[in-house]
Design a binder for this molecule. Structure first.
Ligand code: PLP
Length: 463
């Protein structure tokens, strides 16, 4: 007992330390605009400190907190800095931070309903509400994932199993020809990893050309499918993107759905970031066609702004999930695929991450989330308009809160501007490639970013 006092302190000691930690984090929050948005490269002396942790002796926990906080203060891109206009990684909602705390305290195991029935039902409820909001058919289901990548990887397994049910037992050998996945050249390129992992090979991914505006060309998609059929291949999944990572563009979902239906292909919509538009009643039409998807990826940890490590997989065919992830283990209390996550998802032991979105939605309502989404769209438009006045060109005609900007003719190259922004330590934007053209990419990801931050960034870029 005494020897483990640092690992398992008494409730009173925990309370004292909790308060200390709360105060330290409070100070860190108040200090955020004094920190640099851009990390320092870890110094030799910091690495020496890190290497001094041989874990041969115990240390004071409070000193460890201080060391860790100091390390993060200059050791990461500061997502909670209001000048951070970055790669979708959010300043987290406060309710989602609270959810992490509550979940850490109880530490429920939610892989099986009977271990934490109410936690499991809360997650299932959130998933069903999102499916409803996205107009997926009644009876749709799904689960929380570690992120969009896990959800997209799950969609590949579902598509393969749906197309050829024997794939589950026999692998790709069960297919009469090479199974093929279609996504656009502007899609999230992790599709190549998942094709590798699923055993169909990277050459089974067709990166379909776009229409010159960042959206998949439905005509090119149809052409590729016909040529694959002719070659004896088996078109298996169309993965349309609703909100590309680079530029917030939406593939023609209705057209893709029609092509998928005509050829009996699984239709997946990757709305990892853009899916949050379902919160805005007046903007839901941007995602029109998503309701025809066999499966949808949405991230909680992007535009829904929960803490990192929370994505979602939604499907109108939950029975396919049950087929993909079925397993029987004698030590498990039950295996009911309608409610036991270990038999309808890739994970086994799992954290109750869905509480982050439940508390956030509960506290803000869809209306509050809609305001959050509109806030980032409005501020992104302010940035675009401010720079267009100075001769910049917006390369992407996105209706979402993301802008890809090209500097005026004859001015510095994009990389120079991006370095200027990052080196200032006051803002953060990135460089990207959109339709073969280098662009400065900016996306408002922080609910505390204001018009004056945007003005400051415009000044920095135009002076
Ligand atoms: C971010 C993103 C992903 C990957 O999601 P993670 O949460 O980073 O795993 C997939 N698709 C799109 C369109 C994305 O923007």
């Amino acid at each position: 007992m005494v020897s483990n006092i640092n690992l398992f302190p008494s409730p009173e000691t925990i309370r004292t330390i909790d308060h200390q930690l709360t105060d330290k984090l409070h100070h860190q929050r108040q200090n955020i605009t004094n920190l640099s948005t851009t990390p320092d490269t870890p110094s030799d002396s910091w690495r020496d400190e890190l290497n001094s942790f041989k874990f041969e002796k115990s240390r004071d926990l409070e000193a460890l907190f201080d060391w860790t906080i100091a390390s993060l203060e200059d050791g990461m891109v500061q997502m909670t800095h209001p000048g951070h206009l970055g790669l979708f990684n959010p300043a987290p909602t406060f309710p989602s931070e609270c959810a992490d705390r509550i979940v850490s305290s109880f530490n429920p195991q939610i892989c099986v309903w009977s271990h934490a029935p109410k936690a499991v039902e809360i997650e299932n409820h959130v998933i069903k509400q999102l499916a409803l909001r996205a107009n997926l058919p009644a009876g749709s289901g799904g689960h929380f994932t570690s992120g969009g990548a896990e959800a997209n990887s799950t969609s590949v397994l579902c598509a393969l199993t749906y197309k050829t049910p024997e794939y589950g037992e026999l692998g790709v050998g069960a297919f009469s020809g090479r199974p093929i996945i279609y996504a656009s050249v502007e899609s999230h390129l992790a599709w190549l990893k998942f094709a590798h992992a699923a055993g169909i090979g990277r050459q089974s991914v067709r990166l379909v050309e776009t229409d010159g505006c960042g959206c998949m060309s439905a005509a090119a998609l149809e052409r590729e499918i016909l040529s694959d059929i002719e070659a004896g291949n088996v078109p298996t999944m169309i993965a349309a993107t609703a909100g590309t990572t680079n530029a917030g563009m939406v593939d023609p979902l209705d057209d893709c759905a029609e092509v998928a239906k005509r050829h009996d292909i699984w239709f997946h919509v990757d709305a990892a970031w853009g899916g949050a538009l379902i919160a805005c009643t007046e903007k839901i039409t941007i995602l029109s066609g998503i309701e025809k998807a066999d499966s949808v990826t949405m991230d909680a940890h992007k535009w829904f702004a929960t803490t990192m490590g929370a994505g979602m997989f939604l499907t109108s065919r939950p029975q396919v999930l049950a087929d993909v992830f079925k397993v029987k283990a004698s030590y498990m209390p039950e295996s009911d695929a309608t409610q036991d996550f270990y038999v309808n998802s890739a994970q086994w032991s799992r954290r109750f991450v869905g509480l982050r979105l439940f508390l956030s939605l509960g506290a803000a309502g869809w209306k509050g989330y809609g305001e959050h989404v509109n806030h980032s769209i409005n501020l992104t438009n302010e940035l675009t308009n401010g720079l267009v006045c100075h001769g910049w060109i917006q390369a992407n005609a996105s209706q979402m809160g993301i802008t890809c900007l090209v500097p005026p003719e004859g001015h510095e190259a994009v990389q120079k501007y991006v370095s200027r922004v990052q080196d200032s330590g006051r803002f953060w934007v990135s460089k990207a490639q959109f339709e073969k053209r280098p662009v400065l990419r900016a996306c408002v990801t922080n609910g505390r970013t204001t018009t004056s931050n945007i003005k400051g960034l415009i000044d920095l870029l135009t002076n």
